[in-house]
Ligand binder design. Structure first.
Ligand code: FPP
Length: 228
């Protein structure tokens, strides 16, 4: 969800206004995905690197998170959406963590869609946590080195209950991954758009999905093999 700051700057507003309008786009994206029957949506809301932003901006983003959670709990319940979070949640301010855990708990039995917020998330850090957990299990003879395979690694990622990513969308014209789900996007289709996140509305999501539907996902095979 990139481009909140540039959107505000283009309009002569402070960055905070960009983030507030970005939160509106979050709601529209979530509702649209739920309507379409998309089972999993993961939003990169705050990276481990985002802690290095000016203190005031970080505080504002955390406040906005709390405000949005309070406001959107009804949308989540009405649409049967389960909220979960990945990342270093211990880093979040107390109030943000409390509100987040409350909404996670209240929506835990919803089953139409899983909305995952990546908060204080970094993919390399996630991979390090997997390596540490597996090393520990090897050291304590719980698993053998030989048994380590893709499924064991998948099972130790924060995203253990999610499938691999099918489509990754990045807004604002940047064509980077920026430490997001590096393991999980091995075969994802990448979609980059110049639209800034606060301007990313339903029709832009549809454009991305139609583009995705027209791709041929070969997973290393040939086209001929796929058509058999
Ligand atoms: C990137 O734009 C956006 C963020 C770092 C924050 C994302 C947060 C929201 C969309 C709002 C609240 C989120 C939730 C889940 C309710 P940027 O600030 O990097 O923009 P720039 O690259 O143009 O400066």
């Amino acid at each position: 969800m990139d481009g909140n700051g540039r959107w505000a700057k283009q309009k002569g507003y402070v960055r905070a206004i960009g983030h507030e309008n970005g939160a509106e786009s979050v709601r529209e994206a979530v509702e649209s995905c739920a309507e379409l029957g998309i089972a999993n949506l993961t939003l990169y809301a705050f990276s481990t690197e985002n802690w290095n932003r000016p203190k005031l901006e970080v505080q504002l983003l955390m406040k906005l998170l709390v405000k949005s959670l309070k406001k959107e709990i009804k949308t989540l319940q009405d649409n049967n959406i389960k909220l979960q979070a990945i990342g270093n949640l211990e880093d979040l301010p107390k109030t943000a963590k409390k509100e987040l855990l409350e909404v996670i708990d209240k929506t835990k039995n919803n089953n139409k869609m899983t909305l995952t917020l990546a908060l204080s998330y970094g993919s390399r850090e996630e991979i390090i946590s997997v390596i540490k957990a597996l090393s520990d299990k090897v050291k304590n003879n719980i698993i053998s080195v030989e048994s380590i395979d893709e499924s064991i690694i998948n099972g130790h990622l924060y995203t253990h209950n999610l499938p691999d990513v099918d489509l990754l969308i990045r807004t604002s014209g940047e064509q980077r991954i920026s430490n997001f789900l590096l393991w999980q996007i091995a075969y994802a289709e990448l979609y980059f758009t110049n639209i800034l996140w606060p301007d990313f509305k339903r029709e832009h999501l549809y454009d991305a999905l139609i583009n995705y539907q027209n791709r041929e996902r070969r997973f290393g095979k040939t086209s001929e093999q796929l058509s058999k």
